[in-house]
Design a protein. Structure first.
Length: 257
């Protein structure tokens, strides 16, 4: 009896090692497709040269660089930019109104650098207050939010989708120092009957820190009330907000996705 038990155990072990199951079934390893079956050679990704030393990548559309040329921007009425331009910067002139890009965009990667002024210049809650409005509608807030020294609701601080999403973390630098936004924006899609098919989404890095991770937008920015989508074109201008504070901008570029 002892030898019969050992013989059965030996046969079971040999069966496992031979690639069979306890039910005598052959393992399916030999039925896998060859490696080439899952290799994709259909579409060759285009070459893009990454930017060096904060320069934009080779396929970027530079909206404002170091040449002190604001010619790719205008005010809503089509007039030339009235903001202060020089030293590779555009600085808001209070009461001059927003500016918007002449070119229209939908899905984009956006890089933008901004700097808030001396806090003593601003009053009340209007501290370094501005914003980047994707498609002129969906606002990524700019604000003086360094270490919460300025009090404002969390979905209104720097890096928030204004009145919709607070950032995951506060990555703000000190006032009067340059800060970066790197944004991936997915524009909303509308059906043929102009109803919403897919909402907008946004991912944001603030000073190289992920602060918004593919958040769903509830609609265009509204200050009072609740946002909701209304049909609009699939491409619209990028807008920089003038909110009475002398916020500066530089190195603005876009990659269409």
């Amino acid at each position: 009896m002892k030898y019969k038990i050992l013989s059965k155990y030996l046969l079971f072990t040999l069966a496992i090692n031979a690639g069979t199951t306890t039910f005598g079934q052959t393992a399916k390893k030999d039925t896998l497709p060859p490696p080439a079956a899952t290799e994709d050679w259909s579409v060759k990704p285009p070459l893009v040269t990454p930017g060096q030393h904060d320069a934009p990548p080779s396929d970027a559309i530079v909206l404002f660089g170091n040449e002190n040329d604001a010619g790719k921007w205008q005010h809503a009425d089509g007039s030339a930019v009235k903001w202060k331009v020089g030293n590779g910067e555009m600085t808001i002139v209070p009461k001059s109104t927003d500016i918007q890009s002449k070119q229209k965009f939908g899905n984009i990667q956006l890089h933008l650098e901004w700097k808030t002024p001396d806090p003593s210049e601003d009053q009340g809650m209007n501290r370094g207050n501005s914003g980047v409005l994707l498609m002129g509608l969906y606002e990524l807030q700019i604000y003086e939010s360094y270490q919460y020294l300025t009090k404002i609701y969390y979905n209104g601080q720097a890096g928030s989708i204004y009145k919709q999403h607070a950032p995951l973390v506060n990555a703000a630098n000190k006032p009067q120092t340059w800060q970066t936004y790197d944004v991936v924006f997915e524009a909303p899609v509308f059906n043929a009957d102009k109803t919403l098919k897919t909402p907008a989404y946004m991912t944001v890095f603030h000073n190289n820190v992920l602060i918004l991770n593919h958040v769903q937008l509830k609609g265009p920015m509204v200050y009072q009330g609740y946002p909701n989508y209304k049909y609009h074109e699939n491409k619209l201008p990028l807008r920089l907000q003038e909110h009475g504070s002398r916020v500066s901008f530089r190195n603005i570029w876009v990659r269409e996705l």
